[in-house]
Design a protein around this ligand. Sequence first.
Ligand code: CP
Length: 308
Amino acid sequence: MLGKDLLGLRDLSGDTIMEILTVAREMKKKIDDPNLRDNTLNKSSIITLFYENSTRTKTSFMLAGAYLGGIVQDLGVTTSSVNKGESLIDTGLNLDKMGVKFMIMRHQMTGASAVLARNVKACVINAGDGTNEHPTQALLDMYTIYDYLGGFKGLKVVILGDISHSRVARSNAFGLVKLGAEVTLAGPSTLISGSMKALGVKVTSDIKGAIADADVVMGLRVQFERQKNMPFPNTREYSTLYGINSSLLQYAKKDALVMHPGPVNRGVEFSTDVIDGKNSVINIQVKNGVAVRMAILKLLYEANPDLA
Ligand code: CP
């Protein structure tokens, strides 16, 4: 069962993860059929606070809230009083006073969501904090795997690319390992650390070996904006040595799922024919993101009846 906030998958039980995925399956029907949308959230106020850019996460949370009868507003951080120096905690306290029930935040600082959650009455949902966690992305990834492959036990999941900057990789590792998947993190040695083994995963720079017989091949964007020094000579070299094209994909299982959280650097982490190919579920992940975020809002609402 969820508590007041959703900050990461590190502290979520396998049972709670499965509860979210089960509810998401119900929620998904509401995306295509407006007649099934309802007033689950009883006009609760939902605010998105994105200190970093987003297309998928912010929009899908805003739609998820609207589909369940919430009142949804984006703070618009770049035009807010954050730019006049107002602190995160003061921003949160002001929103609390306005009766906001859900604060959905993305922030460049690891731990920012936890700081906000400790200081406000509202439920805080972490939409990505620094290089720490992006729990709702991992949950939608897990939902997609669950939908296609029926479970997690013994599945071979390979997560490839810029591991060291990836909150998506960390959240997926926490969640997938808990549910019994065999997770391998693969990428150039400059973008991966052996310390990641502490998450219960394998770590390698051997891309071909990593994807051999894989059930899921998940690519990650090279996060140029987080890098102080270029970790490889150029993107052409990266795609040659570490990118996945259709020839390399043949080493995975025939029906392996090709996944990516987006946005994709086409031709860098995956070739275009892989992104648009028959194994790709990248666009399905986006749709599942709305369903999973609806499930999270519903479950948090039910777990916190005392909030205004
Ligand atoms: N996957 C993801 O977090 O995408 P956005 O940055 O567009 O939200």
